[in-house]
Write a protein of this length. Structure first.
Length: 436
């Protein structure tokens, strides 16, 4: 291999030198008499470069992408050309050059260069042109040693390929920006609009790669870390097909939140979907508080599911009690759905049952609510209640009488006991700081 294309730094690492520039920085005049095989000898270099450049731009714009660009560069340069872009996790070039799961020395070399680390130049590299965007090194276009001798103007074609690669990067960035905007818009509307039809929700989600035709679970994460990208990566890894977006929560007294729509799993059941959602929530708890909705089979109700997830998060945010498992089903699940869709009904029920006890405790610093909770938890056993809260049995009897007077409900009667038990759960949702 012609080592004249390389310079050696102080650490002993070799770096390719552009054939256009000498080691002392002076320009090298390269004869433009050689022609790429397959081209008419009368075709000028400028025309050849212009034609190749147009073909590369067309390849990028119509979706043939970097493989076609590398092919055109190889034909123009008269040798094997690879394009390495760690930013896109992509290396394209000669067949069999890359093996899945076993990146070549070329890929590793460019990746180290992008990270700003010194690395030995692979033996088969003849010349290299960096791929730069706003002075940031993103990758390289590399001419590799092959059986054929590259033409004298080979580096010109490498520059054209590097230019096309920058355009490819810009297109990918634009796609991601548009998709992010669409995701954010869709989730914002899902949270705030009640008039989205089932068909519209399914259609818009499908455009974003998420199948909601069979229902979903909504996850709401309140971030307590500054690593939203890691959160996004965890969601993508743990739950393929999920639709997620960070929303700043304007108008809330909370920090940024990540909402994720978790579609029905391949198993196609509510149970399997909730199980997968819980696994994801467990992994995300290192990054904040996670609220999960129950499974909603009708996509038109996912707005309510998002509200339910936020309500669960609100309860967890203000309570030290591990109540998230309780909220995955049973009475809490029903109450959360009612709270999400008809909050006035729960508040009316709350005012008619336990609200007088809450206000009495606040005013006189008593423990009627705690006493009632413990009394019901001990199956209305007066002695067990007294032992649990370290109070005299007569004190418990007096408090039970006050509960009857303030609520009009008798904890010793089964019907009233059920209403009081339900009212405690409602209070836990409306005022999550309920002591236990």
């Amino acid at each position: 291999m012609d080592r004249s294309f390389f310079d050696t730094d102080a650490d002993g690492f070799e770096t390719p030198v552009s054939p256009h520039r000498g080691r002392g920085g002076g320009e090298i005049t390269i004869a433009a008499t050689a022609r790429t095989p397959g081209h008419d000898q009368s075709t000028s270099l400028v025309e050849q470069l212009s034609e190749t450049h147009r073909a590369m731009i067309d390849a990028v714009l119509i979706g043939d992408g970097l493989p076609r660009v590398a092919e055109l560069a190889s034909v123009g340069a008269g040798g094997a050309v690879s394009i390495v872009l760690p930013a896109l996790s992509e290396t394209v070039g000669p067949p069999n050059h890359e093996q899945p799961g076993n990146p070549s020395a070329l890929t590793r070399w460019v990746a180290e260069r992008v990270r700003g680390r010194p690395a030995a130049v692979p033996a088969d590299v003849v010349a290299e042109v960096p791929i730069l965007l706003r002075d940031d090194l993103l990758g390289a276009v590399v001419l590799l040693r092959s059986g054929a001798e590259p033409c004298a103007e080979a580096v010109e074609f490498l520059h054209l390929a590097a230019s096309a690669a920058v355009i490819q990067l810009a297109i990918e960035d634009a796609k991601q920006a548009v998709e992010q905007t669409l995701r954010g818009s869709f989730l914002e509307e899902l949270l705030t609009r009640q008039d989205l039809s089932r068909a519209e929700i399914v259609r818009r989600a499908a455009r974003l790669g998420c199948d909601l035709s069979r229902g979903a679970v909504i996850l709401c994460l309140e971030l307590n870390s500054d690593r939203p990208r890691l959160v996004a990566a965890l969601i993508a890894e743990e739950y393929p097909g999920a639709l997620h977006q960070q929303l700043d929560g304007a108008g809330r007294d909370t920090g940024p939140r990540v909402f994720a729509v978790l579609p029905t799993t391949e198993g196609g059941t509510a149970e399997s979907t909730l199980a997968a959602a819980k696994r994801l929530a467990t992994r995300l708890r290192h990054h904040g508080i996670v609220g999960l909705s129950s499974f909603y089979s009708d996509p038109a109700e996912l707005g309510s599911a998002a509200q339910e997830a936020e309500l669960v998060l609100a309860v967890l945010r203000q309570s030290d009690a591990p109540i998230d498992d309780e909220m995955a089903g049973g009475t809490y699940k029903l109450l959360l759905r009612v709270l999400a869709s008809h909050p006035e009904e729960l508040r009316t029920f709350y005012e008619a049952t336990i609200a007088p006890l809450v206000r009495y405790d606040d005013q006189y610093r008593t423990e009627l609510v705690r006493t009632l909770q413990t009394y019901l938890d001990t199956n209305c056993n007066m002695n067990a209640t007294a032992a649990a809260i370290f109070a005299h049995r007569h004190t418990i009897a007096y408090r039970i009488d006050r509960i009857r007077e303030l609520t009009g409900l008798d904890p010793t009667r089964s019907e009233d006991r059920e209403r009081l038990g339900l009212s405690l759960k409602v209070h836990r949702l409306l005022a999550p700081s309920l002591p236990r």
